[in-house]
Design a protein around this ligand. Structure first.
Ligand code: ADP
Length: 191
């Protein structure tokens, strides 16, 4: 199973990605987590992306694409994966297509978590209090939302055009949403 999970910041991608990946027995690969752990460990990559993330901007495409390609080369991703937070730009969509083509693989479905815009900001502000993520202050949150709407939201139309988009209502408890996702993905891929 090769899946993407998309949605606005705060839609619950990261939370759902872990459960859905476990459900299908594939690794959940989060570019945000990869970047955050590099920042935390002070690696050269972390030093490169720290300020970009704090400002709520996107890490450059080529760099992000290389990191994802390296991660997808790991044997554990050979039988499938769930990508969380990638692709975020059309350039990244093309890079992922190229990678998959080259390996004779294709996506099975693109999950899109739908949550009301007002709820998103409230969730992010709450998460900021709990997780203390440096990019979860109100100003950065609003900027990330704008960047999402401008650069990433249009990707949903592209995947919808390919018949891959599986829209799921992201409101409700974690369990409610994960049950909904699994049912929607199973019916979309014909299981
Ligand atoms: P959220 O979905 O809550 O915005 P993520 O953990 O997915 O959080 O991403 C956090 C930050 O990491 C982004 O704001 C961006 O700076 C960086 N990042 C993550 N994935 C990508 C990507 N595919 N392309 C560029 N930057 C990314």
């Amino acid at each position: 199973m090769r899946l993407l999970i998309m949605g606005a910041p705060g839609a619950g991608k990261g939370t759902q990605a872990v459960g859905i990946a476990a459900h299908y027995g594939v690794p959940a690969i989060s570019t945000g987590d990869i970047f955050r752990s590099n920042v935390k460990n002070g690696t050269p990559l972390g030093k490169q992306v720290d300020a970009i993330m704090k400002a709520g901007n996107y890490v450059p495409d080529e760099l992000t694409e290389q990191i994802v390609a390296d991660r997808l080369d790991h044997p554990d991703a050979g039988a499938g994966f769930l990508l969380d937070g990638f692709p975020r730009t059309m350039h990244q969509v093309d890079a992922l297509d190229d990678y998959l083509d080259k390996h004779g693989k294709a996506l099975d479905a693109v999950i899109c978590l739908d949550v009301e815009p007002e709820d998103l900001i409230a969730r992010l502000i709450k998460r900021a209090e709990i997780e203390k993520r440096p990019d979860d202050n109100e100003e950065t949150i609003r900027h990330r939302m704008d960047v999402y709407l401008e650069s990433t939201r249009p990707l949903l139309d592209a995947y919808e055009g390919r018949g891959l988009l599986v829209k799921v209502d992201g409101n409700g408890s974690v369990e409610e949403v994960s049950t909904r996702i699994a049912a929607a993905v199973d019916s979309a891929v014909g299981h």
